[in-house]
Design a protein around this ligand. Structure first.
Ligand SMILES: [Zn+2]
Length: 198
């Protein structure tokens, strides 16, 4: 090959989007989203992210547009679709979402989802990296306006997404609560919230 570019290979982790979902222009005119084309029950599998595993240093080298499609799956592990956009990558963040994580790469419905509703999840349940922070303009009253690397520490985020955090973040939350119970205080939620005010 003249320019030495390696041939494109299949992603080691193929993605999946439920056939009950459709990729559409967002109803508010901002970009593209994933919408329910059929009713969905609580607990149903919505998507499995695919891609390649890269580290933080590799994320830092990506263009901002490419970083939008990176999903953090561990302390220094990120799942990225590097040369294309996978269908699950179109699932947008919402500060009051209807989807939540199962394992580190699956999205399930946190409640019933009606036809025409946009499917979403809180990116703070997967991402804790400053490279992946962004401003949010979701229409929810609880919108945080900015989704930050430390949002997983917030009591309101923990309460809204209880049981639906990526496993590596759930381990951090559990560790934080153990520290709190170890004598500093008894109200884990309040302390977690205070630590987010840095
Ligand atoms: Zn928001």
């Amino acid at each position: 090959m003249k320019d030495g570019t390696p041939p494109r290979t299949e992603e080691p982790y193929p993605s999946y989007l439920s056939p009950k979902l459709a990729i559409q222009p967002c109803h508010d005119g901002r970009g593209t989203g994933v919408y329910a084309a059929e009713p969905i029950e609580k607990g149903e599998l919505l998507a499995v992210w695919g891609g390649r595993i890269i580290d933080r240093a590799s994320v830092a080298k990506l263009a901002p547009a490419e970083r939008r499609y990176v999903l953090q799956v561990g302390d220094d592990r990120y799942l990225a679709s590097l040369d294309h956009v996978d269908p699950p990558d179109y699932i947008n963040h919402c500060c009051h979402p209807n989807g939540g994580l199962r394992g580190e790469d699956q999205l399930v419905a946190m409640r019933k989802i009606a036809v025409g509703e946009e499917v979403s999840f809180d990116y703070a349940t997967t991402d804790s990296c400053s490279l992946l922070e962004f401003a949010c303009e979701c229409p929810k009253r609880s919108c945080r306006r900015r989704v930050s690397a430390d949002d997983w520490r917030r009591a309101d985020v923990q309460a809204r997404n209880r049981g639906y955090f990526s496993p590596y973040l759930q381990r951090r939350i559990d560790a934080l609560k153990r520290v709190v119970r170890g004598g500093v205080a008894t109200d884990g939620a309040r302390v977690a919230f205070r630590q987010s005010d840095r």
